[in-house]
Design a protein around this ligand. Sequence first.
Ligand code: SF4
Length: 153
Amino acid sequence: MKRLIYFTYVSNNVEMVTEFTMADQEEDSMSEEKKTAIVSCSGASNTGTTADRVARKLCIDQPEKNDLLCLAAFAIKKAPSIKKLQEADKIVVIEGCPSRCASEILRQGGFSSNLVVEMVADYGIKKVMTPECEEKEMERISKDVEEKVKRLG
Ligand code: SF4
């Protein structure tokens, strides 16, 4: 059982204190569901841009399931990014090309992923050094990644 105490403030003085207990079951139902951490390379090429767009789409479409990681913040060891990975149900990495920079950054930080997809090998996109993304390709890849994540269970 957990004790909950609510305070109501009026002009910085505590006006009312309400205290009650909550059964563990109720407490559990209030706790946040664990999410899938989505990590993307966000490179300067078309494949990096596509990887980034896919990651953002997954998180925008299903914010209750997916959480986007700030990879650059993680690389400089920012606590919120580390915490996000530690608390994630699964870690999915979306790479722009075979260099797999995001996976390497995670590895250096002591994390591994449950799923890695890569734009060149897995989706046949030819890498060019322009930061562009074809919408149709992005939609196709987003759907496929979503299916792959579902199959992880
Ligand atoms: S994985 Fe490829 S596209 Fe992504 S940041 Fe690294 S070199 Fe750039």
